[in-house]
Design a protein. Structure first.
Length: 284
């Protein structure tokens, strides 16, 4: 049987994350739950993914809601949503995530224990009109364009009639800036000027070639949902990555978010590092 691009992409992600999530600090997650206010109040104003995912007080909308998280990964966000009162179903292609869920349920008294769904979302047996929310935190950019369409069509079927999709994803709204970004080496990524090393990195990278622009997400949202909202973030905050390793950038990042909120929308969109994507009311 010929293996297609989607299967290769899934295999690459599964292999990488089985190992990666096998090393997750579960005690650290439990500690954050036991000291929730201190952890969460800081995370919501400091760390990009938490600032973006929980923007507009999303945390206050979760109580009593049934939520599916796609690509639950280290399961910390699933645990946080459960703490906030949601009935959480967490799906991942890595079985290691299931082991995390099991240990979290054993070591923390959730009002409603986390439910793990293992495997490919497209093959999972999920009732129609079942979820209030389907969410993903840095998940969609691991899908090929073809997978994203298939996922969206299934999501429409399992959302309630007033259901909402909420993603937090990278934002690539300027091809020129994206090329500049790859010129700068990071801890785990060589510069694109180091051609052999960069090529080897690209081949092992679990992120497929795809369009991660706000326009691409908006196009899909407008086809499958009544309303699409996109909020870009990180136009200034992203520069914290250039600070020397070990430097505490907390104050810089918090200040950056406050400044960004006052900048013109076109500037935020063009120079953003990330984006919150929200689709409301599926077209059944």
């Amino acid at each position: 049987m010929k293996i297609n691009e989607e299967q290769i992409n899934s295999q690459k992600n599964r292999q990488l994350y089985e190992e990666y999530y096998g090393k997750v600090d579960i005690d650290g997650i439990i500690n954050n739950l036991n000291n929730f206010d201190k952890f969460f109040n800081n995370a919501k104003i400091t760390h990009t993914s938490w600032v973006g995912f929980y923007r507009n007080d999303f945390d206050k909308d979760l109580k009593g809601k049934r939520v599916l998280e796609l690509g639950c990964g280290d399961c910390e966000n699933a645990a946080i949503m459960s703490y906030l009162g949601a009935e959480v179903y967490a799906l991942d292609i890595a079985q290691a995530s299931g082991a995390i869920i099991e240990k979290l349920n054993q070591n923390y008294d959730f009002e409603k224990p986390l439910q793990f769904i293992f495997g490919d979302f497209l093959e999972a047996d999920i009732p129609e009109d079942f979820f209030d929310y389907v969410v993903g935190k840095a998940f969609v950019h691991h899908l090929t364009p073809e997978q994203e369409i298939l996922y969206t069509e299934k999501i429409v079927s399992i959302l309630k009639k007033d259901g909402v999709v909420r993603y937090f994803e990278p934002a690539v709204n300027s091809k020129f800036l994206d090329k500049i970004r790859f010129l700068i080496p990071l801890r785990d990524r060589p510069s694109s000027l180091q051609k052999k090393k960069f090529k080897a990195w690209k081949e092992s990278d679990p992120h497929p070639e795809r369009d991660n622009s706000s326009a691409s997400y908006r196009k899909i949202g407008e086809k499958y949902f009544v309303e699409t909202r996109i909020y870009c973030i990180g136009s200034i905050e992203k520069f914290h990555r250039l600070f020397p390793r070990g430097v505490n950038t907390k104050r810089f990042r918090q200040l950056a978010y406050r400044i960004e909120a006052k900048l013109p929308r076109f500037f935020q969109d063009a120079f953003a590092r990330s984006q919150t994507v929200e689709y409301r009311i599926p077209k059944k």
